[in-house]
Ligand binder design. Structure first.
Ligand SMILES: [Zn+2]
Length: 166
């Protein structure tokens, strides 16, 4: 089973470092993850061999474009979305079992027409495996992630956000 991830999957809170299946995305999606923190995690996953970035062949881009024109979603789809669909289609044509992880309705619509499986991020169980909290760098006191101040109410030192793997 192969997962192909679109940009919405990352923005919906998909945790790239928790990927357990073969996962792919396209260069255009990596570019869309402009936010430093998300892109950093995606790159870490790539370097750790959890995520592979691949460009689909042009032939499949054309097939996706035609399908999106049919469903009327072509205006809603970015080039990154199309490339994600094209990569999934390419894998499917090679006989691979592939699922597109996406929360984007336009992508889901076109996937349906192309008979490609898709799944929202939630169902993949690769969300929220990391928990945020805050911790004082001085006395070590822990605060919830929603603690609004950036100084410790006990010792006055800086409070920093931390991430904890479940
Ligand atoms: Zn403190």
């Amino acid at each position: 089973m192969i997962l192909v991830l679109d940009a919405s999957a990352f923005f919906a809170g998909l945790e790239p470092l928790a990927l357990q299946k073969r996962a792919y995305t396209v260069p255009e999606v990596m570019e869309e993850l402009k936010e430093e923190y998300r892109q950093l995690k995606a790159r870490l996953a790539q370097e750790s061999g959890l995520l592979e970035v691949r460009t689909p062949r042009e032939k499949y881009m054309q097939l996706v474009k035609k399908a999106a024109e049919k469903t009327g979603d072509v205006a809603q789809l970015s080039r990154a979305d199309m490339a994600v669909l094209a990569l999934a289609l390419e894998f499917a044509s090679q006989g691979e079992e592939v699922t597109i992880v996406t929360d984007d309705y336009a992508v889901q619509n076109v996937a349906k027409l192309l008979k490609l499986r898709f799944s929202p991020v939630m169902e993949q169980g690769i969300r929220r495996r990391f928990r945020w909290y805050k911790r004082c760098v001085g006395c070590g006191r822990r605060y919830s992630a929603s603690y609004a101040s950036d100084t410790c109410e006990v010792c006055g030192a800086k409070v920093k956000a931390r991430v904890k793997k479940r």
